[in-house]
Design a protein around this ligand. Structure first.
Ligand code: ATP
Ligand code: MG
Length: 636
């Protein structure tokens, strides 16, 4: 079956399509109904069936590939490389599950995981799904206020944490941050399980805090059976990145998620059982959940868990090729990263990439933010493998738009993440009228018609009303899921993402997408990165304000140099988009405020420009970037 036909079937004969896909995983009890959409916008997948994520990720592979690598931990922070076979992983997960149970964790309880990228974090996630506890992983390195909010929302029975993480060889103590968060939270956490890596001192609170190492000794060899869960049982919650405001607690099911991931591993990510998968994400993000932990393991692949920077070697030495060294060593066949990481590598010599044998690699998958064409071309040339952009959200759990090369080979197009994946009924709607846009190259809001496919969020954790009101009510008179992203579709059906719907500015009655202005500025050879925001203006309503990171900061070192370059950049926008889109100012900075996952925080930049309170800054990667903008604006 060709891809177009397959996608069509997934929409018009939904139950047949997904029942077929459901055979990719083990079911303890078969489901009796494929898709229940009786109560829209809520969707329930594979009702009546019971299964378990941990069983599908670990146990079912022990018989067939027990001695093969399952989890490969590589830390260039502490110089450790360690592999666990499926059999060893199963033993560690059962030990962890026994510890959790002994500490009082029961089915349906929440376990909050605040951990660096160490194997125990993965053991904890799998131990939770094994016993039906709901995990909520919070990105390690979030400061106390963000962590406290998430503790209050999740109301965990237990928190799993560690003494410290490490970044670029610098120890980041977690325990003081956790203790402060636990103090701030109105919800009082009964138990805290601590992994001591020996990196930072770790004060314990008597009666609440327990150490993992002695408990692991005590429970080693424990046999903890899998708990068979309803397909619709909650597997985990995870928060969106908070780029646009208060993060949403995404709630995911069990059976639908397992099926969607299993299908995506073959159809999209081109993986085969027994091979090695390498995602450079973090378990604190959705990519880490789906494509470091569950996806590869469910598919019987080894997965690399990487702690460290893309530019440091195992002994702390500078090594811009460390990732490619790992690709060669472990014969990685599929690799997943983000444009932001590629931009870091882009500053290095591309020759470093060519030193390694990358012949095992089928493709590099990139997601999380728009992949600009220069970055896409650079990495494609450097690696010599296809670069597959994929567009999705924390909410979706797996790609919405990309190319399913595992079903049928199809060209990627630079600038486009691709076409809708199976089960996704994607439409572009006119923002004003809510009508579906049917002509090519019309710009609209990217929406998904219900029922949402398996793996997609069930609801907002403990807040059905927020789920309905946030996502399903943005188009008057229509109940569709809004992604809050702008898109266009070309004549061949390829989609292009034009930015977020709230990144639109209104200049003297003209509505402009900030992404389009950014793209235009990026086309200038001197520009490395750029962010454009709309700033309140008494005369025009809003004006565009551009912040540019130069490839060579020296170009704007003198006031005359900066002024000349500013004029040049404005001219670029004038010619490409018209004078109406020209930024009021182009300011030069050495870094942009970003989330820890590499997303530009335009709302923060905007608030700083308007002299407003920038809100919670604890998720900002580089406080220096905020400071630069603040200084520019206090200086006038
Ligand atoms: P919040 O919803 O809390 O504001 P967020 O939207 O940044 O945060 P995520 O779920 O991590 O949180 O990000 C999803 C968004 O990232 C998408 O809606 C889109 O704007 C952007 N995105 C992801 N992948 C791509 C891609 N391949 N191309 C363009 N944009 C992408
Ligand atoms: Mg979002």
């Amino acid at each position: 079956m060709g891809y177009a036909e397959l996608h069509h079937q997934s929409l018009v004969d939904r139950d047949t399509y997904w029942a077929e896909q459901a055979r990719r995983i083990d079911w303890h009890t078969p489901f009796t109904r494929v898709c229940n959409h009786d109560n829209p916008p809520f969707t329930r997948w594979f009702e009546g069936g019971t299964t378990n994520l941990c069983h599908n990720a670990v146990d079912r592979h022990v018989a067939t590939r027990g001695e093969q690598n399952a989890l490969v931990w590589v830390s260039t922070e502490v110089g450790i490389e360690k592999a666990y076979s499926f059999r060893e992983l199963q033993a560690e997960v059962m030990t962890m599950a026994a510890i959790l149970q002994a500490q009082g964790v029961q089915q349906g309880d929440r376990v909050l995981i605040y951990m660096p990228m160490i194997p125990e974090a993965v053991f904890a996630m799998l131990a939770c799904t094994r016993i039906g506890a709901i995990h909520s992983v919070v990105f390690g390195g979030f400061a106390s206020v963000s962590l406290a909010q998430r503790i209050e929302d999740a109301q965990p029975t237990l928190v799993v944490s560690a003494d410290a993480g490490s970044r670029s060889g610098k120890v980041v103590a977690y325990k003081p941050l956790l203790d402060e968060a636990l103090r701030l939270s109105a919800h009082k956490v009964p138990k805290v399980l601590l992994v001591d890596r020996g990196l930072a001192p770790m004060p314990r609170t008597e009666g609440r805090d327990v150490d993992y190492a002695p408990l692991r000794e005590q429970h080693q060899g424990a046999q903890v059976p899998v708990v068979w869960l309803e397909s619709t049982a909650i597997s985990y919650t995870i928060y969106t990145s908070g780029t646009t405001g208060r993060p949403k607690g995404v709630q995911r099911d069990t059976g639908g998620y397992a099926v969607a991931l299993a299908a995506s591993m073959e159809q999209i990510f081109l993986g085969k059982p027994g091979e090695t998968y390498f995602s450079t994400s973090d378990i604190g993000w959705v990519v880490g959940h789906s494509y470091i932990v569950y996806g590869p393991l469910i598919h019987g692949m080894a997965t690399i868990l990487y702690e460290g920077l893309p530019t440091r070697g195992l002994n702390g030495e500078p090594d811009p090729a460390i990732w490619w060294r790992l690709v060669e060593k472990y014969k990685v066949t599929a690799m997943f990263s983000a444009p932001t990481a590629v931009r870091v590598l882009k500053k290095q010599d591309p020759a470093a990439l060519k030193q390694h044998d990358l012949s095992s690699l089928r493709a590099l998958f990139l997601a999380g933010e728009p992949l600009d064409e220069p970055t896409g071309r650079w990495i494609a040339d450097a690696l010599g493998v296809p670069i597959i952009d994929n567009y999705w959200q924390t909410e979706s759990g797996w790609p919405i738009l990309t190319i399913a090369n595992g079903v049928e080979r199809k060209e990627s197009r630079f600038g486009s993440p691709g076409i809708p994946m199976p089960g996704y009924d994607v439409k572009l709607l006119d923002e004003q009228t809510g009508e579906a846009l049917t002509q090519p190259n019309q710009k609209g809001v990217l929406v998904i018609e219900g029922p949402l496919p398996p793996g997609f969020m069930q609801t907002v954790w403990r807040d059905d009303a927020r789920f309905v009101n946030t996502y399903w009510k943005s188009v008057p008179g229509k109940m569709v899921y809004s992604t809050f992203d702008w898109g266009i579709r070309d004549a061949d059906g390829y989609y292009f993402i034009l930015g977020r719907t709230d990144d639109v500015i209104n200049v003297a009655g003209h509505r402009l997408g900030t992404r389009e202005i950014e793209e235009s500025l990026s086309s200038h050879a001197a520009v490395a990165e750029v962010a454009v925001v709309g700033v309140a203006d008494t005369l025009k309503g809003q004006v565009a304000m551009a912040f540019v990171v130069l490839k060579d900061p020296g170009l704007a070192a003198t006031p005359a140099g900066a002024l000349a370059l500013e004029g040049e950049l404005m001219k670029v926008v004038d010619t490409q988009l018209g004078a109406v889109a020209r930024p009021a100012r182009v300011r030069f900075v050495t870094a942009l405020p970003k989330t820890r996952s590499g997303k530009t925080l335009r709302r923060v930049i905007q608030a700083l420009c308007e002299g407003r309170d920038a809100g919670d800054l604890s998720t900002v990667e580089d406080p220096g970037a905020v400071q630069q903008i603040r200084e520019l604006f206090s200086a006038g």
